[in-house]
Design a protein around this ligand. Structure first.
Ligand SMILES: Nc1ncnc2c1ncn2[C@@H]1O[C@H](COP(=O)(O)OP(=O)(O)OP(=O)(O)O)[C@@H](O)[C@H]1O
Length: 376
């Protein structure tokens, strides 16, 4: 965790992305979402199940299938040579190569995604052969052994079939596969949830070390905010298809500003800090077939006021401790600039009709009935 990659150049820019599942009625899963990923950084994407994290990951990697459809926005990959690629326009060979060389993905439940009838060696060398057709068999075998040792699997294991490996080892093999062509970005969607918590952390820490060595950027998607706080440089918190708070891991941990973030922070036990009361956030996320022109969190929010039910708060600069934002500021923030951004009316006394509640300023979440400010 840290801010040492803040000066990295952007590698991926998502602007105003909108993704619908074209059902009747359509599900608006990702709504006008903007995020910038910088070279070499670890960006965590957090949020409860169903908030659109996987849809975002699939859209960025061009893996969405009908009924999912990108209905707005752009995804741009910024190459190391300064060349920009319109990701949403890629087709054919250019798309296939982009997926492994530029943005590689490790999927949810990836440890079960290996082909059961092929050895690890065959599966890894097949990826290399497919993308580097001119390469020699001997070189591919050497690269396979190298990749396995990078992820902490003994090269002898290459002769094994997936069922002969533990879940953790299969997960490591999937990571080795994703890293095979030295991608610029690695996207991991709930990669380790099926694993024991200690194994999870071991794998993610190791990934952090690999990232430092090879310089790829890592997008880590999980509902487990405490895990993200440990290994991310920056975190985006998603709710109902939008980013509701974004900032460095340090800021989110010490000064969370969105009531949803404070709720998530209170929902998970900390492995390193003092024991916390795990309360969870009462209520359910909203129905994503709805337009949601108000704050999507308002009906679960202990600090809601009238405005929250009628007007959607824009994502704008979050105030530092004890501060309020300058009037009129924050309507056009720069995502990914290392800034702390939040979409919550409570930080705008003019809109909210009162100063931000003390509990919110202190980053504590109390369920609705004990809140100090409820509907006026
Ligand atoms: N194939 C599909 N058809 C229709 N709706 C879908 C489909 N896949 C996802 N959705 C809906 O889109 C919304 C976002 O889902 P998504 O899987 O992106 O969320 P998530 O945050 O990744 O959740 P999880 O952590 O459970 O994967 C949800 O409301 C979900 O029900």
């Amino acid at each position: 965790m840290g801010d040492h990659h803040d000066t990295g150049r952007p590698v991926l820019s998502v602007r105003g992305l909108r993704v619908d599942y074209q059902l009747d009625p359509p599900v608006h899963a990702v709504r006008d979402l903007s995020l910038v990923l910088r070279r070499g950084e670890v960006l965590g994407v957090a949020g409860e199940s169903g908030c659109g994290k996987s849809t975002l990951a699939y859209a960025v990697n061009r893996l969405l299938r009908p009924p999912a459809e990108v209905v707005g926005g752009s995804v741009v990959f910024h190459g190391p040579d300064g060349h920009d690629t319109d990701v949403l326009a890629l087709t054919g060979e250019a798309l296939r190569s982009f997926r492994w060389r530029r943005v590689a993905m490790v999927f949810q439940g990836a440890m079960n995604a290996l082909n059961p009838v092929l050895t690890i060696h065959t599966q890894l060398t097949d990826v290399l052969a497919a993308h580097e057709p001119g390469s020699r068999r001997r070189d591919r075998a050497r690269r396979c052994a190298e990749l396995l040792s990078l992820v902490g699997v003994h090269p002898d294991r290459a002769r094994s079939y997936p069922h002969e490996l533990s879940g953790g080892m299969r997960q490591r093999v999937m990571i080795a596969m994703a890293l095979a062509l030295n991608p610029d970005v690695l996207v991991m969607d709930e990669p380790t949830t099926a694993l024991d918590v200690v194994v999870q952390r071991d794998i993610l820490r190791e990934l952090g070390r690999l990232r430092e060595r090879f310089g790829f950027a890592l997008v880590l998607i999980t509902h487990d905010l405490s895990l993200l706080l440990e290994i991310s440089d920056r975190i985006a918190v998603m709710y109902a298809g939008r980013v509701v708070e974004e900032g460095t891991a340090t800021r989110l941990l010490t000064a969370p500003r969105h009531p949803y973030t404070t709720g998530l922070l209170g929902s998970f036990p900390s492995l390193t800090g003092p024991r916390q009361d795990m309360r969870g956030i009462p209520g359910q996320p909203p129905d994503l077939t709805q337009a949601l022109d108000h704050c999507a969190f308002h009906d679960r929010c202990p600090h809601r006021r009238d405005v929250c039910a009628h007007q959607r708060p824009p994502l704008g600069p979050a105030p530092a401790a004890g501060e309020h934002p300058t009037p009129g500021g924050g309507e056009h923030p720069t995502p990914g600039g290392g800034a702390h951004l939040v979409a919550c009316h409570a930080w705008h006394p003019d809109r909210y009709g009162a100063p931000a509640p003390t509990a919110l300023r202190h980053g504590t979440f109390r369920p609705t009935h004990t809140a100090e400010v409820v509907d006026p």
